[in-house]
Design a protein around this ligand. Structure first.
Ligand code: PEP
Length: 252
């Protein structure tokens, strides 16, 4: 089986001032200093990116942003481009998080433009997909994911997506304390990988990292990571406290 380096990513959402983010990053660097063969990423708010990048410089923790605009620059008040994220020290960018889809009406078409912008800027896109509780109850999970993937990646070629990460985050599991059972998550991840194979071929399907998000904690990380198609996790709430996040990073 193809060996994929696990990605353990923390989404800090709209939390932490610059000073708090720097403090948390310093503590995390210390706590995970012995980790090898695992990619770690934290995504602070825009204002904290640059100061946190100075703390992460030369460590094995990568910096990520929580959003990107598809233009390089221009009259887009409140937006930040890929070129700017790179200049702040970012390596990753989270795109299409369910909170952006829900509260800021981000469409699959916007997600598509943002993924292209990330690839063009040399950022690793973490494309978030997932069904709502109603869609889950109506057993529409796979058709929802199908549409989000096809539209989000429309017009792409497998070589432009070589670094793409897909984060499957059932919306009903985000910040709710409810987690998909690991076997259930595995089934969905397997479906996503088969769809990637159908759309972009076997090479990308084997190498792409498909990570899980939704109330991941130190208590459930090992079981999730034991599943063959789960290549990492995107962690919200539990990533805010470095001690807790480091226990997730250090799972056995
Ligand atoms: C998230 O926001 O991506 C997330 C998974 O949040 P939480 O871990 O708090 O459910």
């Amino acid at each position: 089986m193809e060996k994929r380096t696990p990605l353990i990513a923390g989404n800090w959402k709209m939390h932490k001032t610059c000073a708090e983010a720097v403090d948390a990053a310093k503590t995390l660097v210390h706590l995970v200093s012995a980790v090898t063969e695992r990619d770690i990423m934290i995504a602070p708010v825009f204002t904290a990116l640059y100061p946190v990048s100075a703390i992460l410089d030369g460590t094995q923790i990568h910096l990520g942003a929580q959003n990107i605009h598809w233009e390089d620059e221009g009259a887009f008040t409140g937006e930040v481009s890929g070129k700017m994220l790179i200049s702040a020290g970012c390596r990753y960018v989270i795109i299409g998080h369910s909170e952006r889809r829900q509260f800021f009406h981000e469409s699959d078409q916007w997600v598509n433009l943002k993924i292209r912008a990330a690839v063009k800027s040399n950022l690793i896109p973490v494309m978030c997909i997932g069904e709502t509780e109603t869609e889950y109850e109506q057993k529409n999970t796979l058709s929802v994911l199908d549409k989000q993937i096809k539209k989000g990646l429309e017009g792409s070629f497998s070589d432009s997506l070589a670094n793409l990460v897909i984060a499957y985050e059932p919306v009903w599991a985000i910040g709710t304390g409810k987690t998909a059972k690991s076997a259930q998550a595995q089934e969905v991840h397997h479906y996503i990988r088969s769809l990637i194979e159908k759309l972009f071929g076997n090479v990308l399907a084997k190498s792409i990292r498909i990570i899980y998000g939704g109330s991941v904690k130190p208590e459930n990380i090992s079981e999730l990571m034991n599943q063959p198609d789960i290549d990492g996790v995107l962690v919200g709430g539990a990533s805010l406290i470095p001690e807790t996040f480091s226990r997730i990073v250090l799972y056995q």
